[in-house]
Every structure is written in structure tokens, then in C-alpha cells.
Write a protein that binds this ligand. Structure first.
Ligand SMILES: Nc1ncnc2c1ncn2[C@@H]1O[C@H](COP(=O)(O)OP(=O)(O)OP(=O)(O)O)[C@@H](O)[C@H]1O
Length: 251
């Protein structure tokens, strides 16, 4: 539902170049995984794409239009820490996703339309939690809570879904489940998605396309077949790799 164009984007914080002349385009409905070591610039890129910060240089186009700041109501965000209201039910947490597109008065009064309510239930169904709709978030497992976080983002009815290390704090089985639901939700809704992940095996399983960052530079952009172990090493260790008879080594 959204096309994104990142054109020569740099982000500089004091002496730190968090992003260095990064360019790429994402088509409607693509499921893109961002890879890179800690400090590579993944969160900075996601923060630019969800309108929380602006580039120092370069531009971002959203559906063909250059935007000064991304229209936040069109961008759904899933965080590593889901930030649910623990005392509220899964349903009420999901419904709160509708606030970002309601009128200010509606939001203040916490009034939701029938359409908002229908969308929250549909989103819970998408993440396999319809039967748990009335359960308090605090009584759910980490994986279920993260799925409620996804449902909340879906209730916003975004054009772009961003997720910043959504499974980093989950065990492998829960991580797998959460990624499966997110992937299915994106496919069902043809939702353009960008997900940063640390786990390369999970990334390979769920991504269509992979963008690798290292020290703020885009050093890889390709599909699963192109994401070889050699490429993964380059993404994580940069140029500090040498090929020897024993294979790749790090210096
Ligand atoms: N608000 C900020 N002020 C100053 N420096 C920042 C700020 N945000 C990010 N940085 C710096 O920019 C660089 C990129 O950070 P970023 O958080 O984007 O990396 P990351 O790839 O998301 O890392 P991680 O996987 O650890 O979250 C780092 O050197 C970081 O210290």
C-alpha cells in the first residue's frame, strides 16, 4: 500500500555519522529485513521512516511525494518492548491503535467508532488472539504481548509497517510465531513492511529482501539467494574480513 524512496539520506549526531548517504526504493507490499550490527544505523533509519526524526541530508519520498516528515498516522510501529497498557485487555490495547487516526476530540474522549472496534477485532484475529481478546495484557506471554503490539499497529490501518527488533527479547519458538503472524498480516494486507532483526536465521526465513547496514553505510541490498554467509560476514564485520584457506576470518 506504500512505496518508499530513500534518497541520499545522511543523519549526523555531533561527531557521529549514523547514516551515510543511504539510498534505496521499496515497492508496494515488499517485506524488507534490515540487518546490521549494533550501532549500524538501523534504528535511526526506522526513526526517520516513522517521522520521529528528520534526515540531516537527503530526502524521503512516501508514495511518490517528498515529505519533510513522514505522516505518522500512515506508519504503524512495532517495538522490541511492546509498550502495552498491562492492566488493559488485549482488545483495548489493540483498539488504542485507532487513536492515531481519530480526531483530537474523539481521542480525548476515548470514543471509538464501530469501524475502529471491528478493525481491532480483525487485527486480533490476524495475530491469532481473537479468543484471548478479553485477557489482560499482563497475564499474557511475551510472544502473545508482542502479537497484541502487532494488532495495535494493524488497527491503525497503516500504509507502512515498521518493526524495530520485534523478537529480540523472545525465546526462539515465540520469535518464530511472532514473525509468522507478522509476515502473514503483511501478506494478507499487502502491507509494505520494514523489520530490523538481529537473528540472521529468522531474517532469512521471513524476508523477501535484505538491506545490510554497517557503520551507517548501505553495504548490501538483495534477495535471499544473494544473502550468502560471506555477505552476512561483511554486514556484521565490515571490511575487517579476509578470505583464507580455512574460509572467512576476522581481523
Ligand atoms: N539521538 C542520538 N544522539 C546521538 N547519537 C545517536 C543518537 N541516536 C543514534 N546515535 C548514534 O548513531 C549510531 C547509530 O545508532 P542506531 O541506534 O541507529 O544503530 P542500530 O543499528 O539501531 O543499533 P542497535 O542494533 O544497537 O539498536 C550509533 O553510533 C549511535 O550511538
Amino acid at each position: 500500500m506504500a512505496t518508499i524512496s530513500v534518497n541520499n539520506v545522511s543523519k549526523i549526531y555531533g561527531d557521529t555519522v549514523a547514516l551515510d548517504d543511504v539510498s534505496f526504493e521499496i515497492s508496494d507490499g515488499e517485506f524488507v529485513v534490515l540487518l546490521g550490527p549494533s550501532g549500524a544505523g538501523k534504528s535511526t533509519l526506522l526513526r526517520i521512516l516513522n517521522g520521529l526524526t528528520t534526515p540531516t541530508e537527503g530526502t524521503v519520498e512516501f508514495n511518490g511525494q517528498v515529505v519533510d516528515s513522514m505522516p505518522t498516522s500512515d506508519v504503524g510501529m512495532v517495538f522490541q518492548m511492546h509498550y502495552l497498557v498491562e492492566g488493559l485487555s488485549a482488545y483495548k490495547n489493540a483498539l488504542s491503535g485507532a487513536l492515531s487516526r481519530s480526531s483530537t476530540v474523539g481521542s480525548l474522549l476515548n470514543r471509538f467508532s464501530e469501524e475502529d472496534k471491528r478493525m481491532a477485532l480483525e487485527a486480533l484475529d490476524t495475530v491469532g488472539l481473537l479468543e484471548e481478546a478479553d485477557q489482560r495484557a499482563s497475564s499474557m506471554s511475551g510472544g502473545q504481548q508482542q502479537r497484541v503490539g502487532i494488532a495495535r499497529a494493524l488497527t491503525q490501518n497503516p500504509e507502512l509497517l515498521l518493526a524495530d527488533e520485534p523478537v529480540a527479547s523472545l525465546d526462539p519458538k515465540a520469535a518464530q510465531d511472532v514473525m509468522e503472524y507478522m509476515r502473514r498480516a503483511a501478506m494478507d494486507r499487502n502491507l509494505t513492511s520494514i523489520v530490523s532483526l538481529h537473528q540472521v536465521n529468522i531474517a532469512r526465513e521471513f524476508g523477501d529482501r535484505f538491506i545490510g547496514l554497517n557503520e551507517g553505510e548501505l553495504i548490501f541490498d538483495g534477495d535471499r539467494d544473494e544473502l550468502t554467509m560471506d555477505v552476512v560476514d561483511r554486514i556484521y564485520y565490515g571490511d575487517e574480513t579476509v578470505q583464507s584457506d580455512e574460509g572467512i576470518q576476522h581481523i
